[in-house]
Design a protein around this ligand. Structure first.
Ligand code: C5P
Length: 236
């Protein structure tokens, strides 16, 4: 199952991404394309990077009525992406519709991962704005359980939550975790971070790493340190 370092390509446009990737020589890292890059370049950015041999996590976090999400997911799936996501807040019928849309005629489909609660939402706003009375932890685990019930493959969460998600929902339910830093890295705006080897020990299946690689003086060297730290631990 999986186990990979996914580089968050938070760049403005294709030329910035391609010049970044030039530094990777013959390596083809797993890439995450988010809204900024996708809305700037459209589907062609996915096709270009797929054609160059990269696996793609398309991070567009869909959230709409089931019929709309089903059709949109069918379009994304036809682009041969490897992973995509949605908001579990769309509820079980929307998640089931997303899976139907993603499933290709041969029965295969990209991995589908849920966002439970955005990490930018704090407990106070969860209670006062979203009017959710349960704690953040209970809410995240409940939304994760609903995602599993709908048939999704896993959730995006902090590496600090990976262990409890796996304890509740099983080892096979994937945790895809941003907020990973080497000890010497600046945390940036990530409040809760873990090192790659600790993320691995906590049970993260994929780590999503942006600035510690994209802003590094030597991005390839930084990527290789993340890969080694994360994958070596995976063998233990
Ligand atoms: O640069 P950095 O390593 O912080 O990038 C992390 C990536 O993961 C960014 O693309 C960010 O949008 C994404 N992400 C996150 N926290 C979440 C969900 C996604 O940092 N809870």
């Amino acid at each position: 199952m999986g186990k990979d370092v996914i580089i968050a390509c938070d760049f403005k446009n294709q030329s910035e991404v391609l010049s970044f990737l030039e530094k990777f020589e013959n390596k083809r890292p797993y890439l995450k394309i988010g809204m900024e890059l996708y809305f700037a370049e459209g589907p062609s950015i996915v096709k270009t990077l797929k054609a160059r041999g990269h696996k793609i996590f398309l991070d567009l976090k869909l959230h709409d009525i089931p019929n709309t999400v089903e059709k949109a997911m069918a379009v994304l799936s036809s682009m041969q992406i490897d992973m995509c996501n949605l908001h579990a807040a769309g509820t079980v019928p929307m998640m089931e519709a997303a899976l139907r849309g993603l499933t290709r005629p041969d029965g295969k489909r990209p991995l589908l991962i849920a966002v439970t609660q955005l990490t930018s939402t704090n407990e106070e706003r969860l209670h006062n704005e979203l009017l959710i009375g349960a704690s953040m932890n209970e809410t995240v685990l409940h939304y994760a359980a609903l995602s599993k019930k709908a048939g999704l493959d896993g959730i995006v969460c902090s590496p600090l939550e990976s262990k409890s998600v796996h304890e509740k929902l099983g080892r096979e339910f994937l945790t895809v975790t941003p907020g990973v830093r080497l000890k010497e890295n600046d945390r940036g705006d990530q409040a809760r971070v873990m090192t790659p080897s600790d993320a691995k020990k906590a049970g993260s299946d994929y780590i999503v790493v942006g600035r510690p690689i994209t802003a590094a003086e030597d991005p390839l060297a930084a990527y290789e340190i993340f890969m080694k730290d994360f994958l070596d631990e995976a063998e233990n």
